[in-house]
Design a protein around this ligand. Structure first.
Ligand code: C2G
Length: 146
């Protein structure tokens, strides 16, 4: 009885799931990454994460991430709050990703504030506050010093 009730409730709930999408490198994963992914997931029902490729990072920062794209993809995929992952190969493809993955909400940290407003015609765009005092660069520096 209970099971039937739950099953039908789920069907009703999932008729129009809200699809949230976010992007990032997520290198040397830390608590700031986890917190933004958890908050992004809470805004909807299904969280898609575009993990940027090694090449994309090299083109942008002239250095490769510490973890390879496949390692980063696997780690992000394993998180409870993440439903689906894919590789983001270029910043220029963002509009296409939003369309292909039927995104209802684009979430980014507020270091990107205003940068993706052009996509407001396609979906809601939310910039969430970054977790203070933590970054991949800070972690790498700390390891180097200690
Ligand atoms: N973040 C955060 N708090 C921190 C550090 C990062 O909320 N202390 C957020 C960032 O704002 C971003 C996400 O975590 O939304 C991933 O951060 P990065 O791995 O640094 O990725 P980024 O270079 O911002 O994205 O299309 C965007 C690209 O994929 C690169």
């Amino acid at each position: 009885m209970n099971q039937v009730g739950n099953a039908s409730d789920n069907v009703t709930e999932n008729l129009n799931p809200v699809r949230v999408i976010t992007f990032g490198t997520f290198d040397v994963i830390h608590i700031g990454h986890l917190h933004i992914l958890e908050r992004a997931r809470q805004l909807g029902d299904y969280l898609l994460v575009g993990v940027s490729t090694d090449q994309m990072n090299f083109d942008k920062k002239q250095r490769y991430p510490v973890y390879t794209q496949n390692e980063r993809l696997e780690i992000i995929r394993s998180l409870r709050c993440v439903d689906e992952v894919f590789l983001e190969t270029s910043m220029e493809l963002k509009r296409q990703y939003l369309l292909d993955y039927h995104a209802d909400i684009l979430v980014m940290g507020d270091d990107w504030k205003g940068k993706f407003d052009e996509f407001m015609d396609l979906c809601r765009v939310e910039y969430l506050p970054r977790t203070p005092s933590i970054s991949t660069t800070a972690v790498i520096e700390k390891i180097k010093i200690e």
